[in-house]
Design a protein around this ligand. Sequence first.
Ligand SMILES: Cc1ncc(COP(=O)(O)O)c(C=O)c1O
Length: 391
Amino acid sequence: MDTDQAYAIDTLAVRAGGVRSQFNEHSEAMFLTSSFVFGSAAEAAARFQGEAPGPIYARFTNPTVQMMEARLAALEGAERCVAFASGMAAILATAMGLMKAGEHIVASRSIFGSTVQLFSNILGRFGIETSYVSPTDPAEWRAAVRPNTKLFFVESPSNPLTEVGDVRALAAIAHEAGAWLAVDNCFCSPALQRPLELGADIVIHSLTKYLDGQGRVLGGAVLGSQALMEGVYAFLRTAGAALSPFNAWVILKGMETLSLRMEAHSRNALALAQWLETQPRVARVFYPGLPSHPQHALAMAQQKTGGGIVAFEIEGGQAAAWKLIDATRLLSITANLGDTKTTITHPASTTHSRMTAEQRAAAGIGDGLIRIAVGLESVADIQADLARGLT
Ligand SMILES: Cc1ncc(COP(=O)(O)O)c(C=O)c1O
């Protein structure tokens, strides 16, 4: 690639970060090796001191992982990407790499259940406190700031209610407070939203989702400026929640079809959301691409499309929700998202079951709520599968 040219995102997704070995392979190589051989003792010493380029040990320098990191950095417009074994490891590394005991996080209360556990139960035990606020009300973020606030953390759109946070507004408040804004960009992927361009300092990914795109492997990543990523990389190098080169290769290949997939997921999700709104037993549909979504205008300004996730509230609470889920024959009852296969889940009893009932109520996750991560099957077949449980 010509390093002086500003390539479009579709081109970057296919080619950015690719490095050829001496064999000139066309598809990127998978380096399944844990260590790398040095030409001499002096070269080994120089690499360890950071004075000579080249890989050292696969926990922190594997060429396949580095190709994946470079490609994702290009897609997000970030100076640097640091990859991890999972999305949760990436979130942990952000806190461990950039914060210390006695500091404070302001987080959206509509974030992934495991992230709440990590912040409240694990980081809490090590002296980092978290305050939870509404993702859609910037005034609550401002009011929650303390002198020791170091990090703002938001998912936009959120899981599972697809609430949209105003990234520009939150970045401005974070910066006034001397804090960083981290955005979990899992639901959109860089094909639909680039938080760094909107003012965020850090982007976090569960690569397990749309970046892989086919439900095969786990992975995570943290992206931002060179300076900020130094701390995150130092944590990886020492603490070792490294992404395997095999997983990195799978994700690298997944990225090549990212834009096409995100367009198709979004098209199907919009059609499904519109159809769900016409169903008498559906009390409410949550999808940023619908004009009825409370942050529709903001979502359309901040994202390219509404994305692939639709949630809806069925009348009759948990019993009705479970009945509808159990009546499906095509959809997969699984908590993952971002797969070509459509998945259906009941957040209150699965992904968000470790939250207390009060925390769930505050986050708006009702017992009748169902989340659909819309895949790439025919939308008519997806509708037919849901219609069985809706009638
Ligand atoms: C929004 C969001 N962030 C982070 C994660 C954690 O990612 P992983 O499962 O790769 O650890 C998930 C997983 O479902 C998620 O939905």
